[in-house]
Ligand binder design. Structure first.
Ligand code: ADP
Length: 618
């Protein structure tokens, strides 16, 4: 473990392992398989990179993120670690060279795409090489229950078993559900693994939810981005169309934005991703096709222009903000239309996946429940952070006092009476009708549809009792009550040719005596910068000015060397530099994220800038 700490300090420039990292690294160094479940930004890479340097021989890192391997290896080289990668972006000649060098012991760590593992040339290489450790990044890709299933991941277990000497295997993922976890252990063939699930909380992220009409979203997103001119952010949209519109609006407003979706050519996608990573276009507008494995650490906000399909997806995407540990914002804008779109996708996609009707049925049910939990996030009146953590099985976390709910951005409206009437109506109509009919019947409204169906004689017709003097709830409100009940699994709403509302698995909850339901009623919230929490108090105007200078220097050096700026130094490292203002090598090494290699490579430039700044401000 001492040698691991030495590598951590000397190469990566960090004083201490984070708690989860220390346990995983220690287990790996003792030759024990591990499964590490940690949220995005927790620092999974170091868990295998540090052992990769410490252990003699070549550590293989299996990763699906081919487009990212170049960056990851560049970051390693920049820290003075001997790294390489092997994937289809290299010519056959280059691949042969890499393999030859690897056999000669040139590298400590090699990234490979999962497809390589069934390539005969690679297999014969692996038979000869000394491989002490195989790290499987994004390990949830092996599970069909996850969102990113990759058939090529199924070959990993066999590959490991075929090696002459079994390596230690480290599996890492940010997906926490029990089902996915047990798939990973089984399908990768982990031996008695040390399983570590670290807290999913990301204290530096501030969560906010805002429900709004679709037509208001565009202006809201533009205003948000314009308000943060220097900052890097991602705007996620659910369709290519929306990406195009938002991108155009941002560009028109003068925000340096770029875009990413599956409809663009490979070249354009690669170029746009590069522009984002290099901060030439610090704002990225994208579908969920973008970002898996993007580890740009200085993303200061992630906006969702539409509601994603699950809390897993949301937390993963939102979690791309603030990986450097500095304050960052995650804001969800949503509307009812997003829910129908989500349901529509669920019905449509399961038609096309070549599943048996039974399987398709099961997959749909799983996805519906995932979506409902996401909708529940939009509706909840609880602390947003608590809601997410509870979803991942972390009970008992105190409210954050930082999210938009804790900040009191709404009033709670008691809708228990309406909910009871809706439940009774759905029960009575036996789940045969859609939302409008249910609402009309509950309200006792003799609409044309109700007449056609002869439902005015149903016992539940007009069952919603309104106390004297109180206003009758609107049909729109009752429709929302239906959605809210669906998020609690009391109802199931299906979209499709004949949309229906039926009873859900927890419908009995709503029949109990102590059942209550409150709904969030929007109140205008100011989402000015003042709400950003967790600032460390080092952002004085003077430090801010120095920070901007160091950032410009970082960008210049990065461009000169063809590297992303955050590979040179993270925002967190620059902030620490501003606070410490080192002017000697020794002091420079005290900055978080500075190791010997970075000192040698960049120390002088940055210390010169700090000296010059000190001189002007004195
Ligand atoms: P993950 O893969 O879990 O999403 P990364 O490995 O990309 O996260 O790490 C996220 C950020 O945290 C990176 O900028 C990394 O340099 C930083 N980091 C990781 N471990 C430490 C540590 N022990 N001390 C300080 N910073 C760290």
């Amino acid at each position: 473990m001492d040698s691991a700490r030495e590598v951590l300090r000397g190469r990566f420039g960090y004083g201490e392992f984070r708690p989860g990292q220390a346990m995983l690294v220690e287990a790996i160094l003792q030759g024990r398989d591990v499964l590490g479940v940690m949220p995005t930004g927790a620092g999974k890479s170091l868990c295998y990179q540090v052992p990769g340097v410490v252990l003699p021989g070549l550590t293989l890192v299996v990763s699906p993120l081919v487009s990212l391997m170049g960056d990851q290896v560049r970051a390693l080289l920049d820290a003075g670690v001997r790294g390489a990668y092997l994937n289809s972006t290299l010519t056959p000649g280059q691949q042969a060279t890499v393999l030859q060098r690897a056999l000669n012991g040139t590298y400590d760590i090699m990234y490979v795409a999962p497809e390589r593992l069934s390539d005969p040339r690679f297999i014969s290489f692996a038979q000869q090489a000394a491989i002490p450790l195989v790290a499987v990044d994004e390990a949830h890709c092996v599970s069909q229950w996850g969102q990113d299933f990759r058939p090529s991941y199924l070959a990993i277990g066999q590959f490991i078993a075929s090696l002459p000497k079994r390596p230690t295997v480290a599996a890492l993922t940010a997906t926490a559900t029990q089902q996915v976890r047990s798939d990973i252990v089984r399908l990768l063939g982990l031996c008695n693994p040390h399983v570590l699930v670290t807290g999913f909380d990301r204290p530096n992220l501030r969560f906010a939810v805002e429900r709004m009409e679709p037509k208001r979203k565009l202006a809201r997103v533009v205003a948000y981005a314009k308000n943060r001119p220097q900052e890097s952010g991602i705007v996620y949209c659910s369709t290519r169309d929306a990406v195009e519109k938002v991108h155009e609006a941002l560009c028109e407003a003068g925000v340096p934005a770029t875009r990413y979706h599956a409809g663009l050519s490979n070249e354009e996608r690669a170029a746009n991703q590069q522009a984002f990573i290099s901060d030439d276009a610090p704002v990225m507008v994208a579908t969920n096709a973008f970002g898996m494995g993007i580890d740009k650490s200085n993303v200061r906000y992630v906006l969702h222009h539409n509601m994603p399909a699950s809390i897993e997806a949301y937390y993963q995407e939102a979690g791309r903000a603030g990986r450097d540990g500095e304050p960052a914002e995650c804001q969800l804008f949503w509307s009812d239309a997003d829910i129908s779109t989500g349901r529509f996708f669920i019905e449509k996609e399961t038609e096309n996946e070549g599943l048996t009707p039974d399987e398709a049925q099961r997959v749909r049910a799983v996805r519906r429940r995932m979506l409902e939990a996401m909708v529940g996030y939009g509706y909840t009146t609880d602390c947003l952070r608590t809601y997410i953590l509870r979803y991942f099985g972390e009970e008992g976390t105190p409210a954050c006092e930082n999210c938009s709910n804790c900040a009191g951005g709404f009033e709670a409206l008691d809708v228990t009476r309406g909910a009871r009437a809706i439940m009774r109506t759905v029960h009575n109509l036996r789940g045969r009708f859609g939302k409008s009919v249910v609402v009309d019947v509950a309200l006792g409204k003799n609409s044309q549809r109700v007449q056609e169906l002869g439902l005015s004689k149903a016992p539940c017709f007009g069952c919603l009792e309104v106390p004297e003097g109180a206003p009758a709830p609107s049909a729109a409100l009752l429709r929302e009550v239906i959605e809210l009940l669906a998020t609690k699994d009391c109802l199931i709403v299906s979209e499709g040719t004949y949309p229906t509302v039926g009873l859900g698995p927890r419908c009995r909850d709503a029949a109990t005596d102590d059942f209550t339901l409150t709904m969030k009623k929007a109140k205008k919230v100011s989402l000015g910068r003042t709400l950003v929490g967790g600032a460390k108090g080092v952002h004085s105007p003077e430090n801010e000015a120095l920070f901007q200078e160091l950032r410009a220097l970082r960008k210049r050096l990065a461009d000169e060397q063809g590297k992303p700026p955050y590979v040179v130094f993270s925002d967190a490292a620059l902030r620490d530099m501003c606070a410490k203002r080192p002017t000697t090598d020794e002091r420079f090494l005290e900055v978080s994220g500075v190791g010997a290699t970075k000192l040698a490579r960049y120390g002088e430039d940055f210390m010169n800038a700090i000296r010059a700044f000190g001189a002007t401000s004195a």
